[in-house]
Write a new protein. Structure first.
Lengths: 277, 277
């Protein structure tokens, strides 16, 4: 009887349940939600306050005119030749930049893998990765153009640089995921650090290395199509020029060629990655 | 001969895994180290080849004091210590032969390791040992195609190909079914006899220890509480090892630490109540 009473007491006071919230308290949760809604409203009001209905209609009208000027794409043979030439440069840039970028990334990735690098080297390489990832590709491209002049070399430098941040970080994470037991066993046989690396670590990460390289190559193709906008070579140069001269039908041809090349690159990359993993 | 004197290990967390263990292992005896989980069995075996760095005490193998060696000398010394692991610790993507030959890495150059180019006599030795462990003709299978028992045989072959002067086995049967466990224990005892080397086996299956070992080391809470021939391992001794106290009225000359066998009156009464004496 006494036990029954105690149960009843607990039930009446402390037995309601609400799903705990990540914010700590439900009141705070609602405050954050309301705050976020007010912020979105404020942004809309302040951005659109100067926009009249007439302005919107003109904008839409201009957009339609632009699209009309773009179809059909101008497929005059000298235009096609130029697109093919610049597209060749674009793809070559992506290849060279992927190669150099990955080459530089590999030692950084091994240095940034917590499970195999000594502490100070780990922090150094993690630092390098964070810094390279901090700046966007177009900014790097602008700096590269200022440094080495207009042309594909600037593009190669910019894209290689971007490859480092991406590739080293993801590859380092893959190295951290290896089975350390195998490495330990090789250590226990009296192997040197280098031998352990080539015998126990690299075989485990080789498929991921190929997959990541192809993936980055596919991203680099996309990057090298845009990077010409700031003068760093490739098909972007041609695109910018076409827009500046109001050759919208030519611009359309370039855009279609970019879509085609990026799609083919993506399909190829997906196929290779599926095969190796 | 392996001599361990006052081996102590305190982990950074403050856990004292070994409290000063001394013993010696020689000839071609099979020594089984038993004890409850967390007693320090693995720590002990890993301190021998310094996969875990001991805090205090001495380990010497055939007159060389391992605890005094720097990391380069230790790598050379590890070539004489074969180790078999609970989870086999093979490089899964490597072939059986590559895994076995990794036991010879301590004797070849980095360049040779990179090209998987081992001296002919190493390759022949590997073939012979694969035959011994019952994996003849399997050299080109990938490790991840093998069953657990087969993998452990590869693990043993890798340790034996080192031509070690002692074999350490850290829970070699824990991941295997009972039948395969027997086969692996038989293999280890055969190897000890054939190559005339001692084998130190960590094991938690007492019946396997009793069946195959010549001598038993009993570890309880980081302290060696039993060290004697297998025939002396009676119920009382097991009680000391697994519960840290002896049954009243019985004693054995093999208890290492006298104080552990002494039980006060209160404990004695308690024990009687449990066992129904």
């Amino acid at each position: 009887m006494a036990t029954g009473d105690r149960h009843a007491d607990v039930g009446s006071t402390d037995r309601t349940w609400r799903r705990p919230t990540a914010f700590g308290s439900h009141r705070l949760k609602w405050a954050v939600y309301v705050g976020a809604m007010l912020f979105v409203l404020w942004s809309l009001v302040s951005l659109l306050s100067g926009v009249s209905l007439g302005r919107v209609l003109t904008g839409v009208n201009n957009g339609v005119l632009l699209l009309e000027a773009m179809v059909p794409p101008n497929t005059a043979s000298e235009n096609v030749d130029r697109v093919v030439g610049y597209m060749g440069e674009t793809i070559a840039m992506a290849f060279v930049a992927t190669f150099t970028g990955v080459l530089i990334s590999v030692p950084i990735a091994f240095g940034a893998a917590e499970n195999i690098a000594p502490r100070p080297i780990y922090y150094l390489n993690r630092g390098i990765i964070s810094i390279t990832r901090a700046i966007d590709e177009l900014i790097i491209a602008i700096i590269a153009v200022k440094a080495v002049g207009v042309g594909p070399l600037a593009g190669i430098i910019a894209i290689s640089y971007l490859t480092i941040g991406f590739f080293s970080k993801l590859f380092a994470e893959d190295i951290e995921d290896i089975d350390m037991g195998a490495k330990e066993a090789i250590d226990a046989a009296g192997a040197s650090r280098f031998q352990t690396l080539v015998y126990a670590v690299i075989p485990q990460v080789a498929p991921r290395f190929i997959g990541l390289t192809v993936y980055r190559w596919d991203i680099n193709i996309r990057s090298s199509t845009i990077i010409g906008i700031v003068g760093a070579g490739g098909i972007g140069t041609l695109l910018l020029r076409a827009f500046e001269r109001y050759e919208f039908d030519f611009a359309a041809l370039i855009l279609f060629s970019i879509i085609a090349v990026v799609l083919v690159g993506e399909l190829f990359s997906a196929y290779i990655r599926r095969r190796v993993q | 001969m392996l001599e361990v004197t006052n081996l102590r290990k305190v982990y950074p967390t403050g856990d004292e895994a070994l409290t000063g263990v001394s013993t010696a292992i020689e000839g071609n005896e099979i020594v089984a180290m038993i004890g409850p989980s967390g007693a320090g069995k693995s720590t002990f075996i890993r301190c021998v080849n310094k996969l875990t760095e001991p805090t205090d005490g001495e380990v010497s193998l055939n007159g060389t004091e391992l605890t005094a060696l720097d990391s380069r000398e230790m790598k050379a010394a590890r070539r004489n210590i074969g180790m078999v692991f609970q989870e086999y610790n093979l490089v899964e993507r490597h072939t059986v032969m590559e895994n076995v030959l990794s036991g010879r890495l301590g004797y070849v150059s980095n360049w040779a390791a990179l090209r998987r180019k081992f001296p002919q006599e190493d390759v022949e030795l590997a073939y012979d040992i694969l035959e011994t462990v019952g994996l003849g003709g399997m050299e080109n299978k990938r490790a991840d195609e093998l069953s657990g028992g087969q993998r452990q045989r590869v693990g043993i072959a890798r340790a034996v190909v080192q031509e070690p002067t002692i074999l350490l086995a850290d829970e070699p049967t824990s991941s295997l079914d009972p039948e395969t466990s027997h086969a692996v224990m038989e293999l280890l005892t055969e190897i000890a006899a054939e190559r005339n080397i001692p084998v130190l086996i960590n094991i938690h299956e007492v019946h396997l220890a009793v069946e195959y070992a010549d001598r038993i080391l009993g570890l309880h809470d980081g302290t060696l509480v039993f060290d004697g021939p297998t025939t002396d391992l009676d119920e009382n001794a097991k009680d000391v090892i697994y519960r840290g106290e002896a049954i009243a009225g019985e004693s054995s000359s093999n208890f290492v630490d006298e104080s552990d066998t002494v039980t006060d009156d209160a404990e004695r009464t308690e024990r009687s109540a449990i066992t129904g004496d």
